[in-house]
Ligand binder design. Structure first.
Ligand SMILES: Nc1ncnc2c1ncn2[C@@H]1O[C@H](COP(=O)(O)OP(=O)(O)OP(=O)(O)O)[C@@H](O)[C@H]1O
Length: 618
């Protein structure tokens, strides 16, 4: 990547020298040689000298050809070179041929250099961008769950996709000019410096240098405005994506509650705001070129006035005007680059919000390795609070202490918001306790590598999550190195094998395809098969609350009961039947464990538990 960038810069410098210096040099120095102006002046000088004497002739010539004389030194050298090579007589023709070859050759070289400059700089820019996108994706998978609960998925997607695309656009558009233009400006300024030294006349250089701040001040002001508006625009774009994601994620609910019009209006309003800010971005972006053009036109007008009143030769004048053009054109393009970069900065800020977010749950510097896990889990004085977006603490677990022996099936019950899900989320370290410690087989969870810990825990979520791919691939996610036979065995254990075989392509049926109409129960079985395949000693089951038909439900219950055998299991339980099969029940209320015992014990003496059971039965 570094070498690509360096090659791109070299090509850009070559392009710049050919444009900023080569072109005006050609006009000023090479043309007079070809048209033999020096020799004609010499003839005139000799003729004058005959009539008015050498001294008077010199004075007259100096008056008539003031700045051509300065140029003649350079042109003489070129002529002399040709005279030495091919002789006095053939020199003019050779020079003409050389110039005629030189023009397309210079254009060709300039074109090739320009092409490779753009290509290599774009390649280097895109490779940086690819790294950024990759880092954002990796980072998103490392961020604590709290990061996501405070943010809308649509907005995050928009940051990764739209803001990256915006940056990509910036990289590709500015790559063409990023190196060429500043160097063209330097080359053209060098020409003006050389011209002012040769002619002892710095007028053009001075007006060019004086006009630079006149150009830079508005560019900087407009750039600042542009960045602010671009940030607004991208934020609106994120909001629109969020509305779209919400709408697509709740198609049933929107129809059921007749919310189509409201959601449509919300989206329309968002698009309206986005358009407003986009137009502002366009306004500030495209105001820069006319300002620079106006300044450039003013300077050329000055140059014209000065040239006419000081009897400048046409070739010096044209040479200088070409050099001035070669100064302002880059300035204009640099102004555009500045604007595009400002727009890109707004997008980069949005990506940096993700890149700079605190990771929270991380691997310890020196992890303890565990190979054989029995599955003992213990909590000691665990307190935990969530943080909302304003940083306020929402207590969710208070003073939790308990020991769960390996293989015990524990049901977590309690009213909504009591802390059951939070308790279960602490075991795979989705969150770390604010105070206290949690151990697996006597090792503090914080001492384990996250991957090792999670390898020993299976989670069966409330709603089965299937990823795009085949049924086979979806089960295999449980253990990527499992053999085909092991995958099928897991499906049999989950009683999924038979219905899978009835699918159009069996295990190779795409779950995302419309043909594969998997029911809620079938999806759950695939998710359970995945858990069987993983075969971890600790199991966390979030019982589905959604109503499957009762027959399917009771069969799934059987499979789940099979799955719990021999594993330390935590079930976030919603059903009476599940609570019954548990060895032990924990009753949660207000983030505390207020009851701990067998079904019988709690039924006899725990008031809240009896109330919960009562509610279950009705
Ligand atoms: N991501 C979150 N950010 C902030 N607060 C949260 C978050 N998740 C849960 N809470 C809060 O923590 C408390 C415990 O929630 P938790 O989800 O653990 O309860 P629960 O017993 O599982 O409830 P339910 O049975 O309704 O799922 C609640 O007050 C809840 O509002």
């Amino acid at each position: 990547m570094k070498s690509t960038f360096i090659c791109g810069v070299m090509a850009g410098i070559m392009f710049a020298i050919l444009s900023g210096f080569g072109l005006p040099f050609m006009v000023k120095t090479v043309f007079p040689v070809i048209f033999n102006k020096g020799e004609r002046i010499l003839v005139v000088e000799q003729a004058f000298a005959k009539h008015v004497g050498d001294e008077e002739a010199n004075k007259l010539l100096d008056w008539a050809f003031h700045d051509e004389m300065a140029n003649l030194k350079a042109t003489d050298k070129i002529r002399q070179y040709f005279v030495d090579q091919v002789g006095e007589k053939r020199a003019p023709k050779a020079m003409l041929i050389a110039a005629c070859i030189l023009i397309p050759l210079a254009a060709l070289l300039r074109g090739i250099a320009g092409f490779f400059n753009t290509y290599w700089i774009t390649a280097a820019g895109l490779s940086v961008l690819r790294d950024i996108q990759q880092s954002v994706f990796v980072k998103l998978q490392r961020l604590p769950l709290g990061f996501f609960s405070g943010r809308r998925t649509g907005d995050l997607i928009s940051r990764v996709i739209t803001d990256s695309n915006m940056l990509q656009g910036v990289v590709t558009t500015i790559s063409n000019d990023l190196i060429k233009q500043p160097f063209t400006l330097i080359a053209a300024l060098t020409f003006l410096i050389k011209d002012s030294l040769e002619n002892k006349d710095s007028f053009f250089l001075i007006i060019c240098l004086l006009s630079i701040p006149v150009v830079v001040v508005p560019i900087r002001f407009l750039g600042k405005q542009l960045m602010r508006k671009a940030a607004h625009m991208q934020r609106e774009s994120g909001d629109n994506s969020a509305v779209l994601a919400e709408t697509l994620g709740a198609t049933r609910e929107i129809r059921a509650f007749n919310l189509e019009e409201m959601m449509g209006q919300r989206f329309l309003n968002g698009i309206g705001r986005w358009t407003k800010f986009h137009l502002k971005v366009i306004k500030y972006r495209y105001l820069t070129p006319p300002i620079i053009e106006m300044v450039a036109a003013g300077v050329v007008a000055f140059a014209l006035g000065y040239g006419a009143s000081h009897h400048l030769s046409l070739e010096r004048f044209i040479g200088v005007v070409v050099a001035l053009y070669m100064c302002y054109d880059p300035m204009k393009k640099l102004g555009e680059i500045h604007n595009r970069l400002k727009q890109g900065e707004a997008s980069l800020d949005r990506l940096e919000m993700i890149l700079n977010a605190e990771e929270g749950v991380t691997d310890p510097p020196q992890p303890v390795s565990i190979s054989k896990v029995e599955g003992r889990v213990s909590f000691k004085d665990v307190n935990f609070s969530y943080k909302d977006q304003e940083g306020r603490e929402i207590p969710a677990l208070r003073g939790i202490s308990l020991e769960v022996p390996a293989g015990q099936v524990v049901a977590l019950v309690g009213p909504s918001g009591a802390g059951k899900t939070t308790f279960a989320s602490m075991i795979p370290r989705f969150y770390d306790p604010v105070e206290g410690s949690i151990r697996l087989d006597d090792v503090d969870l914080g001492e384990l590598r996250l991957k090792d810990l999670r390898d020993h825990i299976t989670i069966v979520p409330q709603e089965a999550v299937l990823f795009s791919g085949t049924i086979f691939e979806n089960i295999k996610l449980g253990r990527m190195n499992a053999s085909d036979e092991e995958v099928k065995e897991a499906a049999r254990q989950a009683h999924a094998h038979d219905f899978i075989m009835m699918q159009p392509h069996g295990y190779d049926t795409q779950v995302g395809e419309r043909g594969a109409q998997l029911s809620g129960g079938q999806k759950q079985r695939i998710s359970i098969a995945r858990a069987f395949l993983k075969n971890a000693p600790v199991l966390i089951l979030d019982e589905a609350t959604s109503a499957l038909d009762s027959e399917a439900e009771s069969r799934i219950q059987e499979e789940l009961a099979d799955l719990t055998r021999g594993r330390t299991t935590f079930i976030i339980a919603h059903r009476f039947s599940t609570i019954r099969i548990a060895d032990r029940i924990l009753v949660f209320e207000g983030g505390k464990i207020v009851g701990d015992g067998t079904f019988q014990e709690l039924q006899e003496k725990h008031h809240l538990f009896r109330n919960l059971l009562e509610m279950q039965r009705h």
